[in-house]
Each structure stands twice: as structure tokens, then as C-alpha cells.
Design a protein around this ligand. Structure first.
Ligand SMILES: [Zn+2]
Length: 460
């Protein structure tokens, strides 16, 4: 199994310039491919899309065309283009007419190098550059979390104005002592949600609730922050075609930094939540996770507020994280239909009007239980690929473990104060306070006299 860790780079200004040069050259490669295909389209030729033919075109352009970028790095851009092209073609073939072929130029494009072309030495990495150029060694902000012999590729990229290296390694699936590994006969259901990113119902009445309130708070505070910031600087925004002022560019740089930090915080919390679920499942010896696939709701337009909520939820990523971590731990993940699981009574199988709070109470049989756990328990009984009906007996969790995702987030503390604002004491006095007006300054003449006496000799 392949796993990827994102490691920040520590670079000198010179190294930074060279790294950005590589990313920019990769952007040039991308733009060239778009350009060539534009010409071909105008001449009614078939566009170049296969990796091999793109590589031939690159070889024909000769060495030195893309500054310091070596041919391995340039070919990784061609691979990226080819993959994007075929993914779009596949989606179009499947009936998604809105899927489009790559058409946009990008200033910076990530570059990938395969095993054997780079050197990893503890915290130092040699990034390959074109023949005849000085070698480029950079420092990593932390140790790579995989043994050096497992590392398969490194990808140089820029996010939020900072340089990162994605280190991909081939990691073996965990091996357990006999009788202690996950048991394929033990199935748990997972309900994905916003307030609880993961609600899990185990096979024998155990449950797990991972709270995502901290993540939601982080999203909210970030939105409020960026909105206020945007309002404050809207005046300085350059007109189309105008170059932004130095102050504006400074603001843009700061905004990118803040956005990057927000993204990292949320991603970290999501990974922690996924880790919590998988560790719990390993302890419970769960062999199969049935995950309710709610992605159908993403295609429905639900108004701007709810659309934003859904987008911030990032279900695709939650699913991906859970699947990756579970597979590595030897646990299978199956997607099942989740329709009706949060609005059907598990005791009498009748529909319950949409519950308002976190508890589901059945008006037909007086059943009452936690909404997300009830949904998870119903999901556990469904068969992958089966229909949206629950007929089997639902085992409701009796022993529930509570965990919070993103405890390190600034909004996760007990206080509801926004931690990004300075404390009240520091907030009170901004700049030097204006002195109290001296007595008797009512008329203009008096004002002038006061003004003159306050002026130091020699001052105009
Ligand atoms: Zn009922």
C-alpha cells in the first residue's frame, strides 16, 4: 500500500528561488502541452494525450528547454497531464458531459521524481536538476515517517506560498499475532456526519462517537476572519488589468498563509478522527467496516448556506482517509446505501419524522436513541450493493466511547472566545491615547493660542 506524508522544506532564499524555478518550469511544460494541442486542434489533428507520445514530443524539444527541470521531472508533468486527460475522457464516456479536458494554464505545477533519481539522507534531500547544473540539497522540517528503503517517490509542491515535499512510500499491511487480528465476521457500521464525522456501531453493542465540533468551529472562525479581512481591504483591490499595490500584494501573501494554515489544521483533525476510528476498530477486532455512502446528497442544490456546509464537510476526503487507514490495518471498507438510516426506527422499521436534535424518538413504538449511532447500527446491517431497506435485527450500541477530533484546534478549548484575538487587556489600548483637551478651548482663537503654546520652539 502506498502512503504519502507531506513534509515542509527548510530552504535558504537561494534554494527557494531554485525550487520555485522548478515548479515554474513545470508550469511551462504544462502550458506547452496545452499550446501544442491547441495548434493540433486548429489543424484538425488528434490531440496528444498518451504519455509515450508526449514524451517523444519532449525528447524532440531537446535539453535545456525547461531551465533547470530535468527530463524525469518534466516527464512527471506529462504523466499528470495524460492522467488528467484520460480521467476526463472516462468521465465523459460515462455520461458526465460537464467533465472537461485539461485546458487551464497553471503558474506552478508539482513535480515528481521516482526512486533512484533523488537522494534521501536523514533530514536532507537532493532534488534532481538538469544535467550541468549545481546539485540542489534542501533540508526537511521533520524526519520522513517511513524507512528510507520504503520511499518510492517525492513530489515538490507549493501550497499557500510554502514549499512542501510529498514523500510516498510503500508500506506493508500490519500483521497481527494469530487470533488477535481483525475478524472478518465482525462488522461495524459507520455513519459519516458533520457534527460527528464518524459515528460507529460495533457488532456487540459497542459504539464510538467522534465529535467534529472543533472542526466546524475552525471553519466558522476562518470564514468570519476572511470575510472581515476582505471587507477591510476591498478598497485597495486593483482593478482588472491594474497591478496591485505593494500593500495589496502583502495582504494577498498574508491571506494565502492564513488559508494554508486553516487547510492544514482541518486536514490534521480529519486524520486524527480517522485514526481514532481505526484504532478503536482494531481493539474491537472488527474486520469489516460498512460505511454509509452519502455522496448522493452532494448532487442536490440545497441553497447557499447548506451548500457551503456540505462542501466544508469534505465527505470524499473523510472516506478516503478512513479507507486508507483501515486498509493498512487489515480492515476491509465496504460502501453501502445509507438512505433512510437516520430517519427509520430500528425497532419497528417505520419512518420517523426528521429528528431535530441528536436524539431520534419514534412516535410509533416509543423507541429513543442517539440519531447518528442508530444510523450507524442500521448501516452495519446493510449489504454492500443491496437496497435501502433494513430487515435484519439492529444491534444498538450500549457502551459508547466519546472522542473529539481536532482537540489542538484553537476553537476547541473550553472558552468560547476567539483565540486569534489578543486578550481583552491587550486589545483595549491601540496606539497612543490622545491627551485630554486643555480647559477653555471653545473658540477658534483660543484653539490657535493653545496650539501655538504647545508647539516647541523652532517647529513650524
Ligand atoms: Zn419505532
Amino acid at each position: 500500500m502506498h502512503r504519502t506524508a507531506r513534509v515542509a522544506l527548510r530552504v535558504t532564499p537561494g534554494q527557494r528561488r531554485r525550487c520555485f524555478g522548478l515548479l515554474r518550469s513545470a508550469g511551462d511544460v504544462w502550458a506547452c502541452v496545452l499550446e501544442v494541442n491547441g495548434w493540433r486542434r486548429r489543424r484538425r489533428h488528434v490531440p496528444l494525450s498518451g504519455y509515450q507520445e508526449l514524451c517523444r514530443e519532449l525528447a524532440a524539444s531537446g535539453p535545456g528547454t525547461f531551465a533547470e527541470l530535468d527530463s524525469v521531472g518534466a516527464r512527471s508533468v506529462l504523466r499528470r497531464f495524460s492522467d488528467a486527460w484520460f480521467a476526463a475522457a472516462k468521465r465523459r464516456k460515462a455520461g458526465y458531459v460537464s467533465a472537461r479536458f485539461p485546458r487551464r494554464r497553471r503558474g506552478l505545477v508539482p513535480v515528481r521524481w521516482y526512486h533512484g533519481t533523488f537522494t534521501l539522507d536523514g533530514r536532507r534531500v537532493r532534488i534532481p536538476t538538469a544535467k550541468g547544473t549545481a546539485s540542489l540539497w534542501v533540508r526537511l522540517a521533520r524526519e520522513v515517517p517511513y524507512p528510507a528503503e520504503q520511499v518510492r517517490s517525492v513530489t515538490l509542491l507549493c501550497e499557500g506560498g510554502r514549499l512542501f515535499l510529498d514523500v510516498t512510500a510503500e508500506v506493508p499491511v500490519v500483521v497481527y499475532p494469530p487470533g488477535e487480528g481483525p475478524d472478518p465476521g465482525r462488522v461495524a457500521g459507520v455513519d459519516l456526519g458533520i457534527i460527528h464525522p464518524y459515528a460507529v456501531a460495533g457488532p456487540a453493542g459497542e459504539g464510538l462517537l467522534v465529535s467534529g465540533r472543533a472542526i466546524r468551529a475552525e471553519h466558522r472562525m476562518h470564514l468570519a476572519d476572511t470575510k472581515a479581512r476582505r471587507r477591510a481591504v476591498a478598497r485597495r483591490a486593483p482593478r482588472p488589468g491594474q497591478k496591485g499595490s505593494r500593500r495589496w500584494r502583502k495582504y494577498r501573501r498574508r491571506a494565502r498563509l492564513v488559508e494554508g494554515r486553516h487547510q492544514r489544521r482541518v486536514r490534521q483533525a480529519q486524520h486524527e478522527a480517522g485514526r481514532t476510528v481505526v484504532s478503536w476498530a482494531v481493539r474491537q477486532r472488527v474486520g469489516v467496516l460498512h460505511v454509509g455512502d452519502p455522496r448522493g446528497v452532494l448532487d442536490i442544490d440545497a441553497g447557499r448556506r447548506h451548500n457551503l456546509r456540505l462542501r466544508q464537510w469534505q465527505i470524499g476526503r473523510l472516506l478516503q482517509i478512513l479507507t486508507d487507514k483501515a486498509t493498512l490495518a487489515g480492515i476491509a471498507v465496504r460502501l453501502v446505501d445509507e438512505r433512510g438510516t437516520s430517519s427509520t426506527c430500528p425497532a419497528c422499521h417505520r419512518r420517523v419524522p426528521k429528528p431535530r436534535g441528536r436524539t431520534l424518538s419514534c412516535p410509533h413504538c416509543r423507541f429513543s436513541g442517539h440519531r447518528d449511532l442508530v444510523a450507524a447500527a442500521s448501516i452495519a446491517t446493510r449489504t454492500p450493493g443491496g437496497g435501502p431497506t433494513t430487515v435484519a435485527t439492529v444491534v444498538l450500541p450500549q457502551v459508547v466511547t466519546h472522542r473529539r477530533a481536532g482537540r489542538h484546534l484553537p476553537g476547541a478549548g473550553r472558552s468560547r472566545r476567539d483565540p486569534r484575538r489578543p486578550p481583552r487587556a491587550a486589545r483595549g489600548s491601540v496606539g497612543p491615547r490622545r491627551p485630554a483637551p486643555p480647559p477653555g478651548g471653545e473658540s477658534l482663537a483660543q484653539q490657535a493660542r493653545i496650539h501655538n503654546t504647545h508647539r516647541k520652539p523652532g517647529e513650524r
